[in-house]
Design a protein around this ligand. Structure first.
Ligand code: AMP
Length: 541
């Protein structure tokens, strides 16, 4: 056996490190009240210790679940460390889910306390009576902003708890495999499923995500995670920023183009991260008002496929690089990142762009493979398309409270995505397996068809679904939101596919709509579009 120290990898060690080494670095937050709050990692650590004492006074013990319904902000950051650091389990809930699903999660997780931003007061009032396991609700506010609600039993004030608690607290040491955080999948079908991260998985993921060819987080960056702290731990940024000493900018509840742009410029943000719909909104705002992006150099994009046309606009017009990443709740979330390798540097820009459109290579720690319907492994030839499976120390083994069953197939986690992998190891998602269009027994990837539509200058957003066809079973139907005041006809858009995809992949029809339905994590809801258009009759049918 090796003879090195076996110090457990614990979440609390990150904030201790940040305090000691980057204590004066700032955490800037837009508060629910609308104003800007600023303090340092040292302040954050001190208040997290106070909150850890408060939790102990409330009777929270090792392994107890404590929930949050909150935006990206400094108090949420304190809870990330206070709850997990003290040995309890931070359960971040997505407030955009249906109230019934939130009630289900509180009940399933057996949450002992719920912390909430005042934005969600109404939601808590509705839910409180049905939350049987919950001993108290804590409004993340100061005394002056406390609501007078009689419908919430045992309502407490966050700042009162902080003020009445000592900052003398020694973070406990325990097994690094203990649970640190609980996040439920967004549950577009059926009830959400809980993914229970451990301290070890969280720390390994944080280390790996900082690598230069991963998210490249460093103490020279000003980092603004737009991806919510209630969705897969904001892709780990509350940990990786503290681990490296990056200045952190937390945008709170205001995620519109104008508010984000204001923060980017005002706080000299250099890197930001979020789903494509956020960046479409920001780009629109910047284009419409002839603005610039200040010091912003890099946007990390994931959650849905990044349209290549948007990547080009950001880079060519504004000098902002879009970094394409892929992952999922079950993967903490990071799986692949698309960066160029040395052999790509001599390629032309167009050839490099073809590489950068993909979801990328696995970061060290994640192993992946593609298989056919029978589970036989497919070659990495960039053409063979199969079900994507992954494994690694920050990949789920089993869902929370699903004892007796396994989330794995022969030790691998089936992602539900369909992908190709190039000989160089670059993975490209062609579809979610539920969204693949099956035409005459062959698969058509909807993402590629959407990317072609998105490259048309008159298209704001596009989704492609399969609809019934009497001869081919399914054929592609394009659903499009046009840019404001843009003129575009069905035939014009269909003709734009010529030479860009195989002829039989060309969509059979186009439906123009005012907006596409978006789910709790900012992704386009194809289920809902399919439902709405299930009776659509194709002209080719
Ligand atoms: P979630 O667990 O809500 O984060 O969703 C994970 C799913 O989002 C993945 O299984 C993919 O289907 C999808 N996804 C994430 N990143 C990408 C990406 N870069 N391109 C395409 N799909 C993505």
């Amino acid at each position: 056996m090796g003879q090195m120290m076996s110090q457990p990898l614990l979440v609390s060690s990150i904030i201790e490190h940040a305090d000691r080494h980057f204590g004066d670095k700032e955490i800037v937050s837009r508060r629910v009240e609308g104003d800007i709050h600023r303090y340092t990692y040292r302040d954050c650590h001190q208040r997290a210790r106070r909150m850890a004492n408060a939790l102990a006074t409330l009777g929270v013990k090792m392994g107890d679940r404590v929930a949050t319904l909150a935006w990206n902000g400094y108090r949420h950051m304190e809870l990330y460390y206070a709850i997990s650091g003290s040995g309890a389990v931070l359960h971040t809930m997505n407030p955009r889910l249906h109230a019934d699903q939130i009630a289900y999660m509180v009940d399933h997780a057996e949450d002992s306390y719920v912390f909430f931003d005042l934005t969600f007061l109404g939601l808590i009032e509705t839910l409180a009576a049905s939350c049987k396991s919950v001993k108290g609700f804590i409004a993340m506010a100061d005394r002056g902003s406390m609501p007078a609600s009689f419908r919430i039993p045992n309502l407490m004030c966050y700042e009162d708890l902080i003020e009445s608690s000592s900052d003398r607290y020694a973070w406990p040491a325990f097994d690094e495999n203990s649970a640190s955080t609980l996040c439920y999948t967004s549950g577009t079908t059926g009830n959400p499923k809980g993914v229970l991260y451990s301290h070890r998985s969280t720390l390994l993921h944080a280390y790996a995500s900082c690598l230069p060819d991963a998210l490249n987080v460093s103490g020279r960056e000003v980092l603004m995670p737009v991806v919510p702290m209630f969705h897969v731990n904001a892709w780990g940024f509350p940990y990786s920023a503290a681990l490296t000493g990056a200045k952190l900018v937390l945008p709170g509840p205001m995620l519109d183009g104008s508010s984000l742009h204001d923060l980017i410029v005002r706080e000299d943000v250099t890197v930001s991260a979020g789903v494509p719909t956020v960046w479409l909104g920001l780009l629109n705002h910047v284009e419409r008002n002839a603005l610039e992006f200040g010091k912003l150099r890099r946007i990390i994009i994931g959650g849905s496929a990044c349209p290549p046309a948007m990547m080009k606009t950001f880079r060519d017009k504004y000098g902002v690089e879009l970094l394409h990443t892929w992952g999922m709740t079950e993967m903490s979330p990071l799986g692949t990142v698309c960066t160029l390798q040395s052999q790509h540097l001599r390629l032309t820009q167009a050839e490099q762009d073809q590489v950068l459109e993909k979801q990328g290579h696995a970061i060290f720690g994640v192993d992946m493979k593609i298989v056919d319907d029978e589970g036989a492994e497919l070659p990495w030839d960039g053409k063979s398309c199969g079900h994507l499976l992954v494994r690694g120390p920050w990949v789920v083994r089993n869902y929370f409270k699903a004892e007796g069953s396994s989330a794995l197939q022969d030790g691998w986690f089936p992602t539900g995505d369909v992908a190709t992998i190039s000989p160089e190891g670059y993975m490209q998602i062609t579809d979610r397996s539920k969204d693949v269009i099956k035409s005459g027994g062959e698969w058509i990837g909807s993402i590629e068809l959407e990317n072609v539509a998105m490259a048309h200058p008159a298209v704001q957003q596009a989704a492609c679904i399969g609809v019934f066809h009497p001869k081919w079973d399914e054929r592609p139907l394009l659903v499009v939101v046009k840019k404001a005041d843009a003129a575009l006809t069905r035939d014009e858009l269909i003709n734009s596919y010529q030479g860009k995809v195989a002829k039989w992949w060309t969509p059979d029809d186009v439906v123009f709509v005012d907006a596409l339905p978006v789910g709790a994590t900012g992704k386009i809801l194809k289920n809902e579009i399919r439902n709405q258009l299930r009776h659509h009759k194709l002209p080719t049918a």
